[in-house]
Design a protein around this ligand. Structure first.
Ligand code: P1T
Length: 408
């Protein structure tokens, strides 16, 4: 079995071939050429685990599907072309992609991580990788890069950031962070799940690794779990591809095909996610019974200047704290009808959740604990008037809890 995936399907072009094409064109065409044997316009789902060898070691680019599979390879080229990198590497989940980046490190190595991350990322760093791999983690606010500089040591090999962060939607300056990481010879990895390559391209801003949960906007329809890494550097890609094959946390061909299909409409979906979210954020901000609204597209967002430099729009995620405290926040999550109460994000349908008790339960009691009254919205692409009406209705029906909290 080959150690590394072969660098290409004989008929398939590399991601760089699509340089110069606009985002929407790359989304639809990169890696998605018609099938060379049948002419099928849509790249087929290659549901096979192994490939014929005409003599020992004599095969047409693929030998075993953990190592490489044409449907997965088509997706990996599409991902690379959208992030503007040379190499896309797909995984079975966002967490599998994240842990693969950390598997490059050795006991005693140190990682500086932003102090607001997806609860599962915090969990694998502090409950798995520190104990089993002996990697040390320091969590710091990265809104001021001086605190990142101060946290770095001679053992720091990696800086890990999400931006916008989950769930507080802080926006971190990627270009500044890259300078700080590189000054100490550390790599910068950016989890770009919330922004997507349509809104933000970390490699172009100096990052070394882009990580994704493809479960979210990339797949876009809440019907598949997957993860991805995109890098430019050939040697780094070789290491990550080695781990992809050696560890084996790969996505199946059907899952790859679903994400490829989702990616073809990413640009169209993101436009509507952003428009809808901006309108909803403005509505929430105008209400007296909402205490604060966190949305990168609002001028009131504390990192708005960074947003304007590095993002094309504010994205589809909003967090807010209603007046009335945790009791009202909890009631509110159950009072909407179009916004479905569920974990995850990035699908065409709108979701609502309470991070403190749901997606971020694993940070409870830690320095990363999120406010108990924080409500998170993943704004979908339904008609905005219906979404606004749904949320206004839920705010109105739970308003009595504002007075109840005040007199308690
Ligand atoms: O669920 P998975 O595909 O393994 O992705 C993990 C992950 C990684 N990075 C970010 C920024 C994420 O938000 C996630 C998953 N997040 C949720 C399930 C959530 O509801 O926030």
């Amino acid at each position: 079995m080959a150690e590394h995936g072969s660098e290409g399907h004989p008929q398939r072009r590399r991601a760089a071939h699509y340089d110069g094409q606009a985002f929407g064109t790359r989304a639809i065409h990169a890696g998605q050429e018609p099938d060379p044997t049948t002419g099928a316009v849509i790249a087929p789902v290659y549901l096979n685990s192994t490939y014929v060898q005409h003599g020992v070691g004599d095969f047409a680019g693929y030998d075993y599907s953990r190592t490489d599979n044409p449907t997965r390879r088509a997706l990996e080229i599409q991902l690379a072309a959208l992030e503007g990198g040379d190499h896309g590497i797909a995984f079975a989940s966002g967490m599998a992609a994240t842990s693969t980046v950390l598997q490059r490190l050795s006991p005693g190595d140190h990682v500086v991580c932003v102090n607001d991350v997806y609860g599962g990322t915090f969990r694998i760093f502090t409950k798995v990788l520190d104990r089993h791999a002996g990697i040390e983690f320091t969590f710091v606010s990265m809104r001021d890069v001086a605190s990142v500089e101060a946290a770095m040591t001679d053992r720091t090999k990696l800086v890990w950031v999400e931006t916008p962060t989950n769930p507080l939607l802080n926006v971190i300056d990627i270009a500044e962070l890259a300078k700080v990481a590189h000054a100490r010879r550390a790599l910068l990895a950016v989890d770009n799940t919330f922004a997507t390559p349509y809104l933000q391209n970390p490699l172009a801003l100096g990052a070394d690794i882009v990580a994704h949960s493809m479960t979210k906007y990339l797949g876009g329809h809440s019907d598949v779990v997957g993860g991805a890494l995109v890098v430019d550097d050939d040697a780094l890609a070789g290491e990550l591809r080695f781990l992809q094959n050696a560890v084996g946390a790969i996505p199946g061909p059907m899952d790859c095909w679903l994400v490829s299909r989702g990616l073809k409409t990413l640009h169209v979906r993101m436009e509507r996610h952003c428009e809808n979210a901006a309108a909803i954020a403005r509505m929430l901000e105008s209400r007296e019974d909402v205490e604060s609204v966190l949305y990168p597209g609002l001028e009131s967002h504390p990192d708005h200047a960074v947003v304007q430099r590095q993002m094309r729009a504010g994205g589809g995620m909003i967090s807010f704290r209603p007046a009335g405290g945790a009791d009202r926040a909890r009631e509110l999550c159950a009072a909407t009808s179009l916004f479905t109460l569920a974990e995850s994000l990035g699908g065409v349908e709108s979701l609502i959740e309470l991070p403190g008790l749901m997606t971020h339960q694993s940070v409870a009691g830690s320095e990363l604990e999120v406010p108990a009254d924080l409500v998170r919205l993943s704004v979908g692409i339904e008609h905005v008037d219906d979404l606004v009406r749904d949320l206004e209705g839920a705010l109105d029906t739970t308003r009595h809890l504002v007075e109840a909290a005040a007199t308690a």
